[in-house]
Write a protein that binds this ligand. Sequence first.
Ligand SMILES: NC(=O)c1ccc[n+]([C@@H]2O[C@H](COP(=O)([O-])OP(=O)(O)OC[C@H]3O[C@@H](n4cnc5c(N)ncnc54)[C@H](OP(=O)(O)O)[C@@H]3O)[C@@H](O)[C@H]2O)c1
Length: 256
Amino acid sequence: MGTTTGAGRLAGTTALVTGASSGIGAATAQALHAEGATVVAVARREDRLRDLAERLGERLVPVTADLVEADAATRAVDAAIGATGRLDVLVNNAGVMLLGPVVDGSLDDQLRMLEINTAALLRLTHAALPHLLRAAADPLRSVADLVNVSSLGGRRASEGSAAYALTKFGLGGYSESLRQEVTERHVRVGLVEPGATETELRTHLSPDLQRKQAARYEQVQLLLAEDVADAITWMVTRPRHVAVNEVLVRPTEQKS
Ligand SMILES: NC(=O)c1ccc[n+]([C@@H]2O[C@H](COP(=O)([O-])OP(=O)(O)OC[C@H]3O[C@@H](n4cnc5c(N)ncnc54)[C@H](OP(=O)(O)O)[C@@H]3O)[C@@H](O)[C@H]2O)c1
């Protein structure tokens, strides 16, 4: 772990990325780090975070935490403040997509999605906001960023994704309401809505659902995690007076 200042558009800032052990979160951690930010990378899998820290070198602060645990949010934010004294960017990315029907579906899976995609995000945002507001008042950048990773599934509901849709549609409303609350204090709130992206997200589905998902996207060149990370990096590196509040990014060949 190191905290020296890097070069780049986010030099001197600190970014906290949840779900940084794989997929979109890992790619985002890497992209923000390349822009000079100190990155606090949060997830459960310690070995993955250690690999990321070894790969990126200094300015990467790994925090092993299960975000459904009540103290995880404050631990993660405290790690950022302990390492650098500031928090400029929060990327709420950690999430699961446990698809399935409502009728006779797994209630445990549905509640787990609420815990990770929603309750954990609320806790982290609550813990981070005072620091984001402080960073926004700091002359280094005079702006701070909160990016929530939603989904195309937060705009279009389809059969078999009801509880996932509940978490992601809800995130859209939460983000817009919070945007109105803090935008005049220069905390920008943005929502990213990726379409089908090649990550580990679908590996948690049953073999049958994995087959169905694979068939659905057979003719589609999926987004890479790096494509979504690019969108997030673009959002948080705009000039102070430009707030990108919503980005929907699909694979070109994904029709719906
Ligand atoms: N892939 C897609 O097609 C797609 C499309 C639209 C939206 N999204 C959204 O993108 C976000 C990232 O997903 P991904 O596609 O990159 O999938 P992924 O590779 O499975 O990444 C999910 C991340 O969330 C972390 N996570 C899950 N449960 C956690 C917990 N209890 N505590 C801490 N971290 C936890 C995982 O880390 P650990 O397992 O190490 O804890 C992992 O780093 C999700 O919010 C997802 O809904 C993905």
